[in-house]
Structures are given as C-alpha cells and as structure tokens.
Design a protein around this ligand. Structure first.
Ligand code: ADE
Ligand code: ZN
Length: 362
C-alpha cells in the first residue's frame, strides 16, 4: 500500500471515501470462517478447551504474513479448529453481520466449509443452525443473506459427494437461505474438472453454482469452471486477464467475478494494489464485484477493499458506481429484491440525501 507520507490521488477525497463507505452494497465472496477474528479464536479456544499453537492473540496476528494461498490456508484451518458448537457458529456469524451492517452491506452471500467441521466430529446440522440463527437476526436489522456450501478441493470428489448427500435435508430445511454450492481451498493441482459430478448433481437440483478459479490457478481452470461446472459466478478469476479471448467471453456473457483486492495483495497474487487487474477487467466490460474473502486475515472488511482499490487504482465516481451496481446485479436475489436494492443505491449515489434516507428507512 501507499506509504502514509505520499499524498492521496486528487480524486480520492474524504467525501468520496465517505460516499463509498455509506453506499448500500452486496458482498458476494466472504468465507464465514475467514471472519473469525483472533480475539474470538482465543475466546472460543478457551470456552471449548482447544489447544492453539499460538500463545497469544498478538502471536497469532503476527503469523498472518502469508506468501501464497497455502500458507494462509494452513493458519485458516487451525483457526477454524476452535468451532465446535452451534453457539460458536452463531457467535462467529453474529460478529460478521455486525461488521457487514457497519459497512452498509445490504445483502451478503456467505460461504461455509462443512468438511472443515464434520471431519472434527461437528454435526453439519449444528454448523448450519448456528449460522442461520445469526443470519435470521441480521435480516431483521436490514441485512439479507444467502448461504453457499463449499467443497474443499484438496479432498477427493467422493468426499464432496458424501458431504452433498449429507446436506440434502438441509437444502430442503433451509431452502430460503442455503441456495448453492461452491469450491474452495488449495487451487493448484485441483482443477474444477475434479468436481464435475458433484456440480452436475447440484445443478440438477436447481442449486446455484460458483467456484474459486483463477485466483492462483491458470485461465484453463476458469474455462473448466465455466464449461464443466457451468458456474453462475466465478470467485476471484483475476488471472483471466492473461487470456484476451477469455476476458472477451466474460464481458460478453456477463458471468460475474467476485474479486477480493486485499486478499490478492496479502496472498501475493499482486505485489502492489496499484498492479491489481480489477480496473483493467472492469474497463473491458467484465462484471467485476468487490469483496473481502477472509476479512479477519487480510486486513479489512468490504469497505476497506473498496477504499484500498479505489485509491490505489484511481477509480472514479462512475467506476465505483459500476462496482456497487454489479454487486446487486450478480446477487442471487429475486428481480423485485434487485430492483429495490438498485433503487436504494441510485438514491444514495445520484439522488438527494432526503431521497436516500427515505429509501434506507423503507
Ligand atoms: N478458503 C478461504 N479463503 C480462500 C481463498 N481465498 N481461496 C481458496 N480457498 C479459500
Ligand atoms: Zn475465497
């Protein structure tokens, strides 16, 4: 990031930062386990008698110096080991919804990793019940949400199929919330093709499909996610920029990318935020959105991602508006919900303060 002694780009004023921060927005790429702050990790470890490899909150935070995706995932899975009960999943999700509401997130589509928990003996029903309780509460405070069950791609597809089967009753019980499947964890060496069967089953049940592709993996993985998994949306996808035909296809089909700028910086996908390809993709007509990925580990929630990328890339008013608009366009919500959220965004971005306040209150 820019050293503090360097003056901000002239277009990036405090007023512009406030306008972005207070705009209604959707967050479409957040791993709920990645919202577990060190303080809560230690609190839950104590409550559950789980021994951590780090002696203090500070020591854990100091370990957040990642060199690539795998170096992060090793710590992320260690952090998730403190989650054992329904109450733990509630507490984690409640903390995220507080942060999201503070960032003016009006709608969130949230990933969770069932295999990380079931392999430690935690019942899948407890995981989903705890998350759902917090999300239902947040709904009454103005944050709507959906849940997406992710398969861990470093494990065999048979494990994903067994997880999917075990989750079938939950897809029915929580049909209002649990609307899709995703694919995450170690990308290199685990191409989307490995999960063709389980995604076909999910699609046959009418579930939404998303997958991490082109975060560290090559453009070929993005083609596989599109052609073999037939995803509705791509997570990350930043390496698409290496293949002009792929960029043209994404722009033409409007399959959205859920880009996570601070994550890409922390995991060394880019050396510097000024080198991030978000603006280049946006300028070529790709439906880019901005998201936080694992905010407790990467130094900021969704607003921090908007502000860091807008400042470093010199994004103007129209570009940030497009990013915000894309977040609602790419959401898995009904057309009526989308129209209402877009109207709120337009009132905030283009309308009078009175108009925006009236729509916020409605
Ligand atoms: N799981 C949590 N965060 C992830 C990321 N950025 N990429 C892949 N898997 C993840
Ligand atoms: Zn992710």
């Amino acid at each position: 990031m820019r050293p503090t002694s360097t003056p901000a780009a002239p277009s990036f004023t405090t007023a512009f930062a406030n306008k972005i921060a207070t705009a209604p927005k959707a967050e479409l790429h957040i791993h709920i386990e990645g919202s577990l702050e060190p303080e809560l990790i230690f609190k839950l470890a104590e409550r559950n008698g789980v021994k951590l490899a780090y002696g203090s909150i500070e020591a854990l935070r100091e370990a957040y110096a990642f060199t690539d995706l795998q170096s992060f995932l090793d710590i992320y899975y260690a952090g998730a080991s403190v989650l054992l009960t329904e109450q733990d999943f509630y507490d984690m999700t409640r903390a995220y919804t507080e942060r999201a509401l503070a960032d003016h997130v009006a709608h969130a589509e949230i990933f969770f990793d069932p295999q990380t928990h079931t392999e430690r003996g935690v019942p899948l029903a407890a995981v989903v019940a705890g998350i759902e309780r917090a999300l239902a509460e947040a709904e009454t405070r103005g944050l709507s949400s959906k849940l997406i069950l992710c398969f861990l791609r470093h494990l065999p597809e048979d494990d994903a199929l067994a997880t999917f089967d075990a989750a079938l009753p939950l897809f029915e019980q929580y049909a209002h919330r649990l609307i899709g499947v995703g694919l995450d964890s170690s990308e290199a060496g685990h191409p989307p093709a490995k999960f063709e069967r389980v995604f076909a089953r999910a699609r046959s049940l009418g579930l939404k499909c998303v997958a991490h592709a082109g975060e560290e993996g090559p453009p070929a993985y993005i083609y596989e996610a599109l052609d073999l998994l037939q995803v509705d949306r791509l997570d990350h996808g930043v390496r698409s920029i290496e293949d002009p035909a792929l960029v043209a296809r994404l722009a033409q089909t409007r399959v959205a990318l859920t880009v996570c700028p601070l994550s890409n910086l922390k995991l060394c996908v880019f050396d510097d935020m000024a080198q991030h390809t978000l603006k280049a993709l946006l300028d070529q007509g790709v439906a880019v959105t901005v998201n936080s990925d694992d905010p407790a580990y990467f130094g900021g929630y969704v607003n921090a991602n908007y502000l860091a990328s807008a400042e470093a890339l010199g994004l103007d008013d129209a570009s940030v508006y497009t990013l915000l608009r894309n977040s609602f366009e790419a959401s898995f919500i009904t057309p009526a919900e989308r129209s209402a959220l877009l109207a709120r965004l337009d009132a905030h971005w283009h309308g009078s303060q009175a108009e925006a306040a009236a729509l916020d209150a409605s």
